[in-house]
Write a protein that binds this ligand. Structure first.
Ligand SMILES: *Cc1c(COP(=O)(O)O)cnc(C)c1O
Length: 465
């Protein structure tokens, strides 16, 4: 499988899966997509109903790695990765209300759906780096969830060093400890005396410094990496097959930030899985729901909420959907994205917006509505939902249609957000056994001032190779 950028022409030297895995962003600033969508025949989908999660994941991902990584290798990786999840079904479906299902994606090591893809990414990186005899230094900034998922995925992996910046004293203790108690030699946590934006700006500055980037072989594993999207497609296919697909359609509701997770659901529909509707759930940072309602994609300042993993200003992966809706026209896509960057307002052509509206709808919940949803779900169904999951379930409830199962993505374990859960339901959700001693474990991290030169020095000291 060859890939193309949303902002560039298709050329003969198009990158393959291994290339785009390591590079993440395309050189022209665009995002990678497969040159064509693989189609899964109906009989194949039906036959896949009997596969385990790991084997299904290997089948689906192999459609995107053709020519780079074979199916057998993927199957071994997937069996190893998903075998360590703490639920035998890996992504169990729970019927919370009549026709409304919770697709639990939080049974991985860090209790959030990011493990689903990130765990595979760790194996894929190691495999390709060994094959190419290369080393990379993964650098990232986190406000909590992404950093811990990345650290868990890359700990102990050969050919990789991982350095994660977090804002000192500004993450929850659970989030910090999930990162800082990982003591493998290739893992380095830096607490920066600043906020999340300080950390993110430092990472951007390091990547923008070409000499430094080359010297340290910097690499990123953020949510625009196509491999992450690819590894999120299998659970949508599995849920659809469990609920009668491909013989009847299903709908999905997804609590959304960077638009990566819901894009994977859309990708499943492109590949031949019957999907009726896709519902975006947002918090008060509602740029996507404003867009879906009124074609108003205007950036605003980020406001903190009960669902911090969705506190975003811009949904980076939206560019991929836009590109498709523009008939894969890279010139128009580049122009629209360039203007968005300058003006803070994305002018999506009316026909593209209408087309998107045929598939997508959106609901936004503020914090009070999120708490009320958590409370109602617990009272009516005895189901504990974290704030992100509650937003997904509520969006799904709003857009449920007769005869079409509605599957809401449950993106975090309730124990990841114990205070919000306790306040809404009165129940304190306990950490699962594998994390029960988190507060007794040894921590290791260095605290550095808000000084780019000092942070670069630390990254250089820990670089891979
Ligand atoms: C990252 C995250 C999201 C948002 O996912 P996107 O792919 O960025 O849309 C939602 N919920 C939780 C718990 C997350 O960690």
């Amino acid at each position: 499988m060859r890939y193309r950028s949303t902002r560039g022409i298709v050329d003969a030297a198009a990158p393959d899966f291994s290339d785009i895995l390591l590079s993440g962003l395309a050189g022209d600033g665009g995002l990678y997509l497969p040159q064509h969508w693989p189609h899964i025949p109906r009989e194949t989908l039906t036959a896949w109903r009997s596969l385990s999660y790991a084997d299904l994941a290997a089948e689906v991902i192999s459609l995107f790695t053709e020519g780079s990584i074979d199916r057998e290798t993927l199957r071994n990786m997937a069996r190893d990765v998903y075998g360590k999840f703490d639920h035998a079904a890996v992504t169990p479906l729970v019927e919370v209300e009549d026709g409304l299902f919770s697709l639990e994606l939080f049974h991985g090591p860090t209790l959030a759906f990011k493990d689903m893809a990130m765990q595979m990414l760790g194996r894929l990186f190691e495999y390709v780096l060994k094959q190419r005899n290369r080393h990379v230094t993964i650098v990232g900034a986190t406000s909590g969830d992404t950093g811990s998922a990345a650290i868990e995925a890359f700990r102990g992996r050969e050919h990789v060093s991982i350095i994660i910046l977090h804002p000192h004293n500004r993450t929850s203790e659970v989030q910090r400890r999930q990162m800082t108690t990982v003591l493998d030699d290739n893992v380095h946590n830096i607490a920066v005396e600043g906020d999340f934006d300080t950390c993110q700006d430092m990472v951007k500055a390091m990547f923008a410094d070409e000499a430094f980037r080359t010297e340290c072989s910097l690499s990123a594993v953020n949510s625009i990496n196509w491999a992450r999207i690819a590894a999120q497609i299998p659970y949508y296919i599995r849920a659809a097959l469990a609920l009668g697909g491909p013989d009847r359609p299903v709908s999905f509701a997804v609590p959304t930030g960077n638009f990566g997770n819901i894009l994977a659901a859309w990708a499943a529909s492109q590949m031949g899985v019957p999907v009726e509707h896709l519902c975006v759930g947002s918090n008060r940072n509602d740029i996507l729901t404003r867009f879906l309602l009124n074609n108003d994609m205007t950036m605003r300042a980020v406001e903190p909420s009960l669902s911090p993993s969705m506190d975003i200003q811009v949904s980076s992966n939206f560019e991929r959907l836009l590109f498709e809706m523009l008939g894969r026209d890279p010139d128009r896509c580049r122009a629209i994205m360039g203007e968005f960057r300058q003006t803070g307002c994305m002018a999506v052509p009316h026909d593209a917006w209408e087309q998107i509206g045929k598939i997508f709808n959106g609901a936004a919940l503020d914090d009070a509505q999120t708490s009320a949803a958590m409370q109602r779900i617990y009272k009516q169904s005895h189901y504990l939902a974290d704030p992100h999951t509650a937003i997904g379930l509520e969006a799904g409830r709003k857009f449920r249609e007769a005869g079409v199962p509605m599957v809401a993505a449950a993106t975090a374990h309730p124990a990841k957000f114990p205070d919000a859960v306790k306040a809404a339901t009165g129940i304190h959700p306990p950490l699962p056994p594998h994390l029960a001693d988190l507060f007794e474990r040894e921590e290791r991290y260095e605290v550095l001032p808000n000084d780019l030169a000092r942070v670069k020095e630390a990254v250089r000291a820990h670089k891979a190779g």
